[in-house]
Structure formats: C-alpha cells, structure tokens
Write a protein that binds this ligand. Structure first.
Ligand code: NAP
Length: 286
C-alpha cells in the first residue's frame, strides 16, 4: 500500500508540490481553506487535523499568521498523530521557526524546515532546490519525499532556523539583483542605450546565472506577470529585517523600494515589478 502523507495549503506552490508527491506514488491527504478545483489524485480532507494523522505531513501556507491560525490557534497540531514529522516549507520568520520547533519538541513531534528555491513552474517540474534544516535523522526519514519534489536537497544544518535564514537571505539577494538591473537601466537609458543591448553585454560578460537571466528578461520585455507576488516579496524583506539586529543598508533600500512598489498598487504583480517602479520613477516612462 502506498505510504500516506499529509499536505496542508494548496496555493500556487502547494498544489504543484502535492501533485508531484502523488505522481511519485504517495497517497496524499490534502487540506486547503478554499475549494480545490483540480484534485489531481489528491484525497481532499475536511479538516487540517485529518492531514496530520500520517507519519509525515507537509505544510505550505503563506506566512507566520496562516500557520498560527490553521495549526496552533485551532489546536490542530496538538491532535497530530504521535511521532508525526512535520515538514514546513513556507518562508517564515526566524522567531516563529524557533517557537514552532520548540513546540514540536515538547509535543514529541519531529520538525523539519524545508523552505525552497524555485517558483511554481519549477515546483511543477519537480525541480525545486530544497533547503533542509533540523534533526539529521528526521531529515533522512523525509529525504525520499523531498527528493520526489526537488532536484536537490541542501542540508543547511541541524537547527531548522538555519534553513529559513538561508532562504530569507537568498530572497533578499534576488531583490537586490532586480533593483541593480533597474538602476543600471536608469543610467544606460538616460544615454539612449537600448535595454536589450545593455543586457546582452552584461549577461554575457560580468553577470551570468539564472536570476540575472530571468529578471533581465522581465525588465527587457516589461512583463511582470506573477510567479512570486510583490506582496510576498515585501513579506520576505520584512523577515530579513527581523532576522538580524544589525544595520544592513542595502536591505533597507530594497525593503523600502518594495514597500513603495506595493503601495503603488503593484502588490499582485511579480516582485520584479519593483524594477518597473524604479525605472518609471526615474525616467518617467509609461
Ligand atoms: P499562495 O499561492 O498565496 O498560497 C497560500 C496558501 O496559504 C493557500 O493554500 C492559502 O489558502 C493558504 N492560506 C493563507 N492564509 C490562510 C489562512 N489564514 N488560513 C488557511 N489557509 C491560508 O502562495 P504560494 O506562492 O504558494 O506561497 C506559499 C509559501 O511558499 C509562502 O511562504 C511563500 O513565501 C513561499 N514560496 C513561494 C514561492 C513562489 O514563487 N510562489 C517560491 C518559494 C517559496 P487559500 O487557497 O484558501 O487562499
């Protein structure tokens, strides 16, 4: 019989990940707050508690507040199967990770942090990079599941927060790349240099790699359809600001710029819309 796995939170990422678990042969008991349009082989359950009656359960809810509401305030976590290993994939605050890890330990439950690098299309292809943090034995226990949804599992350390710190830092760096591309465009277009020509130069000389390729393409074509929404990007920059008491000037700059982007009504656009905000503000296009 197929191993049963629980899954809570079928948003853009959760749907893709849970579907890949089904494809890998697991029986997935899934819960979502709102209606699931396409079940794709998932067994829908009526209560999050039902998804926690398994040896391993994943959650992919949006943020700290959603996890608190669905699992803690409702009392669902306290009714989980004894010995459950809970794999938390959301990008959440370091303080909340510490709180959750402590609670799980007190309740005799396993806690594995497994935030991911990759957007919903990457998740759908099963090509996420999974950043794992937590007790080494628990990580090994869930490794086959993580390998079913990702192309590589990166062990960050035995403290769950180490994985979340890596994820928060990585997202902060992406926003810095987006803003750097936009500010470079402000300089070059002020002198009537074509955007495509400048990106061709820079991507083939000084800056190569997926983040530069993908976001320069958004900026070159001026298309900002969401993969990762600016509102969630703003949440993650808030998490970065809370992750250290140290003063980080570049983080401050991108954090306020992302806030302005969302305030300008672009929160539902891709987070790279921050570039269009910067370029339009400086050059007055569009
Ligand atoms: P999403 O599409 O907005 O999905 C959010 C999920 O959380 C949905 O299932 C939603 O339920 C649920 N939810 C939110 N508030 C809730 C509440 N109060 N009670 C119950 N359920 C609630 O977001 P996503 O893009 O999948 O992102 C999920 C997580 O992955 C976030 O932490 C995000 O930062 C992280 N992440 C996203 C990406 C990306 O590119 N999208 C990449 C890496 C990591 P409903 O369906 O009922 O709204």
């Amino acid at each position: 019989m197929a191993m049963q796995v629980g899954f809570v939170g079928l948003g853009a990422m959760g749907t893709a990940i849970a579907t890949n678990l089904v494809k890998a042969g697991y029986a997935v008991k899934a819960w979502n707050r709102s209606k699931i349009d396409e079940l794709n082989g998932l067994q829908q359950v009526a209560d999050p508690v039902d998804a926690l009656q398994t040896e391993v359960a994943f959650t992919m809810l949006s943020d700290d507040a959603a996890i608190r509401e669905v699992l803690l305030d409702s009392g669902a976590l306290s009714k989980a199967k004894a010995g459950l290993v809970h794999v938390v994939m959301s990008t959440i605050s370091i303080a909340f990770v510490h709180e959750l890890a402590h609670m799980h330990k007190q309740a005799g439950l396993g806690y594995v942090a497994a935030p991911v690098l990759g957007r919903p299309d990457v998740a759908a292809k099963g090509e996420l990079n999974v950043l794992a943090g937590g007790d080494a034995q628990k990580i090994e226990q869930v490794r086959p599941l993580l390998e079913a949804i990702g192309k590589k599992v990166w062990i960050m350390g035995d403290a769950p927060a180490q994985a979340n710190a890596a994820k928060i830092a990585a997202n902060m760096m992406i926003t810095m790349v987006i803003e750097s591309l936009a500010e470079a465009v402000v300089i070059t277009e002020s002198h009537h240099l074509e955007r495509a020509k400048f990106f061709d130069l820079i991507l083939n000389t000084l800056f190569s790699g997926r983040t530069y390729d993908s976001y320069s393409d958004h900026i070159r074509t001026d298309q900002y359809d969401p993969g990762f929404k600016a509102s969630l990007g703003l949440k993650d920059l808030g998490l970065a600001a809370l992750a250290t008491p140290k003063e980080l000037p570049m983080l401050n700059a991108v954090h306020s710029r992302m806030q302005e982007t969302v305030d300008a009504g672009l929160g539902g656009r891709d987070w790279s819309a921050m570039a269009s905000f910067t370029i339009r503000q400086a050059l007055g296009e569009g």
